[in-house]
Design a protein around this ligand. Structure first.
Ligand code: GDD
Ligand code: MN
Length: 379
């Protein structure tokens, strides 16, 4: 075997790590970031590094800088496009990397120096231990955000709380971190089209989807330091999208929600039909009949959800405790329905039927989210 053959066969055994670096006006930072990543190559065995810059037509010369570097590095690439948002850039980057380079793992990393490249070997190490989603975490022991303003700290904590408890990722402390290493096979499993988020909230959609696909996660501490130069691109629009996206995180799949809604409608029919039957055929008093018909619809809803909607989930709790939980959630939804009706009708002077519709809609969504993530929580 001559030397080239030896090199090629060794290279064929190497896995590949592809770093996706989104950039928007990072001319002052991008060169340092790229060089610092490649420097880590010598500290990692078993993985060849490749970098894909996703630049959204920066106006500050970022692309010229990257193009100059591409001439010196075989494993450096760039794709460009119009600025839509961070999430959109990541989606294009993932798609390009998966189809063109077929990497084994993909790194997500900021280009502005806020993510310490010397931690790269630690991420790879966790992948080699069998984890498929390694998160650089600001909120585990040893992690921190020393430079965050109070405002940014509150936004970050609150955002994480919502994502964790609605999105079924309670076990992950930092769900919005932008420093991650992910097994490529899990990104391929994710329906990126379903992750409709285009801005920063893509990070939270992605982590929930990866976990729903069965990715085994591990957090390692990071200190989120100050930017080298320039300023954050996090906008109010990103924050609004983040909040609007929260309910969607709890849905996981359209299918469950559609089934749940069908069951809900059948419950309305049973409730109404039961009431007519009890009052018209059995002559029961109008004050008493709803108690029975409501309970009948709750029982039948429970039965259908348990044996149809969520049939395939393996659940830790027993059927009786689920039945109790289901009743509690129903009671709470009733209160939400009434409260929203009362507030919008009384204080916002909204038409009563429309106000009730608002109440019913909000109660139905909350009802689904809690039942799906609590009563029928996956094991
Ligand atoms: N291509 C592209 N398009 N890149 C973008 C865009 C965009 O629309 N918006 C931001 N970027 C790039 C930036 O140039 C930077 O390299 C990286 O994405 C992160 O953007 P920053 O503006 O530096 O974000 P940050 O520091 O405020 O937010 C960081 O922390 C958040 C959690 O608090 C990021 O890591 C986020 O991903 C993370 O959610
Ligand atoms: Mn940043």
């Amino acid at each position: 075997m001559d030397l080239t053959d030896k090199y090629e066969s060794e290279n064929a055994m190497q896995a590949e790590a592809c770093f996706i670096l989104p950039t928007y006006n990072e001319q002052a930072n991008i060169q340092g970031t790229i060089e610092a990543i490649f420097e880590q190559q010598t500290r990692v065995s078993g993985y060849t590094f490749r970098i894909l810059v996703v630049d959204d037509n920066s106006s500050d010369g970022t692309q010229e800088t990257v193009n100059n570097l591409i001439e010196q590095h075989d494993f450096l690439h760039m794709i460009t496009g119009n600025k839509v948002g961070l999430g959109d850039a990541y989606k294009r980057g993932f798609h390009h990397a998966l189809t063109m380079f077929k990497p084994d793992v993909i790194f997500q990393m900021d280009s502005d120096g806020q993510h310490d490249p010397t931690l790269i070997p630690d991420f790879i190490h966790q992948i080699q231990q069998g984890f498929s989603l390694v998160v650089g975490s600001r909120f585990v022991k040893g992690g921190s955000t020393p430079e965050f303003s109070l405002r940014r700290r509150v936004i970050s904590k609150l955002g994480n709380f919502l994502v964790r408890y609605v999105g079924g990722v309670r076990h992950i402390k930092d769900c919005t971190s932008g420093y991650r290493c992910i097994a490529a096979s899990y990104i391929e499993k994710c329906n990126l089209g379903f992750l409709s988020t285009r801005g920063y909230s893509f990070q939270s959609s992605l982590i929930c989807e990866l976990v729903a696909q069965g990715a085994k996660s591990k957090e390692i501490p990071i200190v989120f330091t100050q930017r080298n130069a320039g300023e954050s691109k996090l906008s109010i629009k990103d924050q609004v999208e983040f909040l609007l996206n929260i309910p969607k995180l709890g849905f996981h799949s359209h299918k469950d929600f559609i089934k749940y809604s069908i069951v809900g409608f059948s419950g309305v029919l049973i409730n109404l039909g039961g009431y007519v039957f009890l009052t018209r055929y059995l002559g029961m008093a109008q004050e008493v009949a709803p108690l029975l018909s409501i309970e009948a619809s709750l029982l039948s809803n429970f039965w259908f959800n348990n044996f149809w909607t969520f049939k395939r989930r393996s659940i830790r709790t027993g059927v009786l405790s689920r039945l109790l939980q289901f009743h509690l959630v129903a009671g709470m939804s009733g209160i939400i329905n009434y409260a929203l009706f009362f507030l919008t009708y009384k204080y916002l002077m909204i038409n009563d039927i429309f106000a009730n519709l608002l109440g019913i809609g909000a109660a139905a969504i909350v009802n689904y989210l809690i039942n799906s993530n609590w009563t029928w929580k996956r094991q």
